[in-house]
Design a protein around this ligand. Structure first.
Ligand SMILES: Nc1nc2c(ncn2[C@@H]2O[C@H](COP(=O)(O)OP(=O)(O)OP(=O)(O)O)[C@@H](O)[C@H]2O)c(=O)[nH]1
Ligand SMILES: [Mg+2]
Length: 545
């Protein structure tokens, strides 16, 4: 089961400047005898404390020798595929837990579908009904495309969809459903991203493009840094505090920002059972059954709207309008519009690929533990940390650098024509390159094995085949061929050169894989090879081989 990390182990260490240490200072009017007694008592206490420390150290070393442990960090920008990679690890190493949870993913899949429909309706809306920000779809997901001059395409003149009003009216119930799903998925007592001590603010600064004339300090000071403490504030959550822009009066169908659910929330449990704990369970899978009898279940609204959703998605005028606005929903996260009838069926249970496609932004850091047998070893405990990749989440990464053995860095390479959801001025590929540079150049991570997943290769191939030219977005690509082989090699080279130039450890070998982490068969093969690499590297570091 996922475990939320609230406090790093070193958080308990105190520094001389802390208030407790100050409070323990001797009284200023201490006599000579008192002073000698105190010093003796302190020496005795120190001897006892040192011997306890020594015992702990020996015990820890013994443990390390007897039980191999591997800590792996999944890093990369938002929507790079970190959580999807974690799901693949789960599917491989604890399939029963993965399957037990899949019914809960129904809520996320429904929400992904409803929001895709809303994006279409927003894109079709006559311009005068949208406010200034509504035209800027870039706040929604990374599927918004920028033109080669870096600006979203103009949407002023374009195809009018004759059935727009009918679609909007018939799909109105989805607005209320969206609100309900968001409420279901959101925790009642969390509303802010994980925050860190100011000591770690540097990392965030280091992982964004520098401002002009800004001197960015090295990401981390290895020695003597204050202990990190992750604080999760508890407040009451409202839809607007969850990062969802209020639509004002009228349907919330114009709400924009991506739904974020803190990893500590219990949404899986809530949605898996809800008020249905008395519902029958399947004798085969043990999964809840019979939710379709519950008139309040979201499936009914979706089922009733399925026909209209299908008409909307298939309408040639709609397709044209989306094309004019360069919105390619097929490439965006959580795309289920090609399977409306299956997804909205009353007895729908998400399949493995459905769960892998489901999009829920990570906030905070989530830890998964697996015991993975490895050759003659009796089992290695793997701790995999999945972090939030959005800009405001990256400051939470640093405390995990200290004990990490390996990093799997995900860089989606299909995103060369897209902008960051959190900052539409920044090209997503540029952001990945900057982030990559900051990770590989970190001295703190110098001895950490690094595996690079050049991800979303399936989307890259489709994009290139659709005629999108890399050179329009990356001038340095020049007039090289715009086919998958040439482009993927170019990216491999680009990331490889950055590692070569910036790594503080010239001995470190970099392992690069072209991946599509939604593809289970391909990813399983890659994961097992990555596992071997990490184990070997780890044993080498532990000087056991
Ligand atoms: N087609 C395709 N989709 C992918 C691939 N990798 C990830 N996705 C999808 O992209 C979306 C985002 O993936 P996530 O795993 O949630 O991304 P993340 O890196 O965890 O993002 P944050 O939690 O915001 O940091 C999901 O809907 C995935 O199903 C891929 O290789 N190909
Ligand atoms: Mg994630």
């Amino acid at each position: 089961m996922p475990k939320q990390k609230f406090e790093h182990p070193h958080a308990r260490r105190r520094t001389l400047s802390d208030p407790l240490t100050a409070a323990l200072l001797p009284p200023p009017d201490e006599s000579q005898v008192e002073r000698e007694n105190r010093l003796k008592a302190e020496r005795d206490a120190k001897t006892v404390s040192d011997s306890i420390d020594e015992l702990i150290r020996i015990e820890r070393n013994e443990k390390k020798k007897n039980k191999a442990e591997v800590n792996v960090l999944l890093l990369g920008q938002s929507e790079s595929g970190k959580s999807t990679t974690l799901k693949q690890f789960q599917l491989l190493h604890s399939p029963s837990a993965f399957h037990a949870e899949r019914i809960a993913w129904r809520a996320v899949i429904y929400l992904n579908l409803v929001r895709s429909v809303r994006r279409i309706l927003d894109a079709l809306a006559p311009e005068e009904t949208l406010d200034e920000h509504d035209d800027d779809d870039s706040t929604e997901t990374a599927s918004v495309i920028i033109t080669s001059d870096g600006r979203p395409p103009s949407a002023i003149l374009g195809t009018r969809v004759s059935n727009y009003e009918t679609y909007r009216r018939k799909l109105e119930p989805l607005a209320e459903l969206e609100d309900r799903l968001i409420r279901l998925l959101s925790s009642p007592d969390e509303d802010e991203p994980t925050r860190l001590d100011p000591a770690y603010q540097n990392w965030e600064q280091y992982t964004r493009p520098p401002r002009p004339n800004e001197n960015i300090p090295p990401p981390m000071n290895v020695n003597g840094r204050p202990a990190p403490t992750i604080k999760i504030p508890h407040k009451t959550q409202t839809p607007s505090s969850a990062g969802i822009r209020s639509a004002g009066p009228g349907p919330s169908i114009s709400q924009k920002n991506e739904v974020v659910v803190h990893t500590s929330t219990n949404w899986k449990k809530v949605f898996a059972l809800g008020n249905k704990s008395k519902s029958p369970k399947s004798p085969l899978s043990g999964e809840i059954e019979g939710w379709w009898e519950d008139p309040d279940d979201p499936v009914h609204t979706l089922h009733a709207c399925a026909g209209t959703m299908q008409e909307l998605w298939r309408d040639p005028q709609v397709k044209k309008r989306l094309q004019e606005k360069r919105i390619r929903l097929e490439e965006s996260s959580g795309f289920y519009l090609d399977e409306i009838h299956r997804i909205t069926a009353k007895k729908y249970i998400p399949t493995d690929p459905d769960v892998l496609k489901a999009r829920l932004k990570t906030m905070g850091v989530i830890e998964h533990t697996f015991s993975i047998p490895s050759g003659s070893n009796r089992g290695v405990e793997w701790r995999i940390y999945d972090v939030g990749g959005a800009r405001n989440q990256r400051q939470a990464w640093a405390p995990y650098f200290e004990d990490v053995n390996a990093i799997i860095f995900l860089a989606p390479i299909s995103v060369f024509d897209q902008v960051l959801a959190e900052d539409p001025r920044v090209n997503r590929l540029e952001d990945s390159l900057i982030l990559w540079r900051s990770v590989v150049s970190s001295k703190l991570l110098a001895n950490v094995n690094i595996v690079l997943f050049l991800n979303k290769c399936d989307l890259l191939q489709a994009k290139l085949e659709a005629g999108v030219r890399l050179s329009h977005h990356m001038v340095s690509y020049g007039d090289r061929p715009n086919d998958y082989d040439s482009v993927s090699k170019y990216f491999r080279n680009k990331f490889g050169v950055i590692h070569q130039s910036y790594t503080p450890n010239k001995e470190r070998e970099l392992y690069i894989h072209f991946t599509a982490v939604t593809d289970t068969r391909r990813t399983a093969v890659i994961i097992s090879s990555v596992r071997d690499i990490i184990i070997k590297g780890n044993l080498r570091n532990m000087r056991l081989v």
